[in-house]
Write a protein that binds this ligand. Sequence first.
Ligand code: NDP
Length: 297
Amino acid sequence: MLVRNVLLSVDPYMRGRMNDTKSYVAPFEVGEVMSGGAIGEVIESGVDSIAVGDFVLHDKGWRSHAVLTADEAGKLDPDAAPLSAYLGVLGMTGLTAYAGLVRVAEFQPGDTVFVSAAAGAVGSVVGQLAKLKGARRVVGSAGSAAKVEWLTGELGFDAAFNYKDGPVTEQLAAAAPDGVDVYFDNVGGDHLEAAIDSLNLHGRIAVCGMISQYNATEPDPAPRNLFQVIAKRFTLRGMLVADHADLRGRFVEEVAPLVSSGQLRYSETFEDGLLNMPQAFLDMLAGSNTGKMLVRA
Ligand code: NDP
């Protein structure tokens, strides 16, 4: 089928693919079109189950049009949710939040949860899901006063702080005076160090991302307090959403009704024009997005 892209996703993991290093996925090739999550409208189809006018999710990314085989495209239901949700709250970032909290961090009702990059696509879902699933307290960190206000206002976080206002360790200790049972790490560095300091006995850290390191030219010295792993017997586990595809059905069944009923809120930041993809990507890394960053092609 031939599709015309209408929505394109910019994601932090793409930064890692711009380094010429061995990782879980091969680096982008210079001179090749960048791949990435996208939604396209079908304008020609040779696939029986896909008609002209259908919308499909695919991974061919940064281009105006794409030619896809049936295997490369997932048909979307535009009546079930706004199309953009399939790239965010009901898509890859939503599943990351769900799998990371439920499976990797082994969240239990009564846990106090701390999540960093909390006003982003993954973080905003982590915090709300934890609240909806019976967290004792949910604390988030983000990079602006407006984001902090969104977290404690509309999203119902118990506490939030701007990590640019002062040392994370001090701000977290004040926001979670009884300690943290689960830390959902999107940032690494000083955030991870602060979380280790605040972690309770047998605490769990799900390492989803370390965005503070993605542009670093030198390794970050933090966390300097890893020795606490012994006394606190905490668990630190890395995660990749691709390993949790088996949870997709359960995730959609549980989270889609929460989204449509308004119990789980989400935000999206849009930039317009395919040619603005690089700028949208840089803006996302710099924190200009609240919720999922998307480009309307
Ligand atoms: P976000 O929507 O959270 O956007 C990125 C945000 O990171 C920015 O808005 C910015 O918000 C914050 N940020 C940027 N630099 C820093 C910094 N130096 N310190 C603290 N915060 C910073 O992106 P996603 O929700 O898509 O991704 C969140 C994290 O999850 C990333 O680390 C990403 O790599 C990871 N991820 C991992 C997956 C996996 O399978 N392991 C899958 C998907 C995402 P602010 O204004 O608050 O600084």
